[in-house]
Design a protein around this ligand. Structure first.
Ligand SMILES: [Zn+2]
Length: 309
């Protein structure tokens, strides 16, 4: 919102130059590693190099790939505004050298899909896998449907890249499905308390999770539109939000702690004053969670707790 920082054209140009450099070296090493693999007659010794654009998708890539993959995430920092992230040349190089890139898509990480396309790397695009259209809410890792579609698309690509380990990947995928299905049970259980409740959000990060929990988005329209367009809500939008909190028509406030400013501070103070419970979360996955499933499960219980306040 107000902390939008554009690093300008200079970085763009240097990144573009690095693309070219990285592309050249990557295709050379790719060719070399492919031929050495072929002559060795075995693929299992070498791990598949996977790069994920944002750390929300890292654990899924690791769980399904198991010890046959080596996964690195580019954006993991919760102190960075995810929507305005600009990669370093070293980040772009990571993507160029990968065998598979897992990207979020939905215009959340255009830098990743661009770099992957330039280097001709196989991309698993979560939004595309789930049929999420350009311009839709991009916080799709919080959607059960998108997680499942992404996992399926990823395991298919893994099996193409490393066919010798196909059975292994299938087994890992089944394990992942089991943990996701446990999470779904937790969502179904929480829904008993959250279904039909109205929430308002400082930023639409939890949109899909709230939808899975059967909740209604009651964020005042003017405010919601302004934040979606990454512009500043008007004083009228802010006071409408505060009035709605005070009026008691909102059951809980969802606060994106990774996108805060003086406006969101005012709104959370109004919520506290009105006794509206606040669910706090971030875009990037916090370090204290081992995987996406565990993180979402913890948030589900936060929503359920807030519903019972
Ligand atoms: Zn966001």
């Amino acid at each position: 919102m107000s902390r939008v920082v554009r690093t300008g054209a200079a970085l763009g140009i240097s990144a573009a130059l690095m693309f070219a450099a990285a592309c050249g070296t990557s295709s050379a090493t790719d060719a070399a590693s492919t031929s050495s693999k072929a002559s060795a007659g075995s693929t299992s010794a070498e791990q598949v190099n996977v790069a994920v654009s944002v750390n929300q998708w890292k654990s899924l890539a690791e769980q399904i790939g198991g010890d046959k993959v080596s996964v690195s995430a580019i954006l993991s920092n919760q102190n960075v505004e995810a929507h305005d992230f600009e990669p370093q040349p070293s980040d772009v190089a990571k993507i160029s050298k990968a065998k598979i890139v897992v990207a979020n898509g939905a215009d959340y990480d255009p830098w990743a899909t661009k770099a992957a396309a330039n280097a001709n790397v196989t991309v698993v695009n979560a939004a595309d896998a789930a049929g999420i259209k350009e311009g839709a809410n991009p916080h799709i890792w919080f959607s059960a449907e998108v997680r499942k579609a992404t996992a399926k698309s990823y395991v298919e690509q893994l099996k193409k890249v490393d066919a010798a380990d196909a059975d292994y990947f299938d087994a890992q995928y089944k394990k992942w499905e089991q943990s996701e299905s446990k999470l779904e049970d937790a969502i179904t259980e929480a829904k008993k308390t959250t279904k039909g409740l109205a929430y308002a959000a400082t930023e639409s990060v939890a949109y899909y999770l709230a939808e899975d929990l059967g909740m209604k988005d009651a964020t005042p329209t003017g405010y919601a539109q302004a934040t979606t367009n990454e512009s500043e809500p008007s004083p009228g939008d802010i006071s409408a939000f505060q009035k709605q909190l005070a009026a008691g028509s909102i059951d809980m406030l969802v606060l994106n702690e990774q996108e805060t400013n003086s406006t969101t501070d005012m709104i959370s103070k109004s919520a506290e004053k009105a006794g509206v419970p606040i669910v706090r979360l971030t875009e990037s996955m916090p370090e204290d969670y081992t995987d996406l499933t565990a993180w979402v499960e913890a948030l589900v219980s936060d929503f359920s707790d807030a519903a019972q306040k």
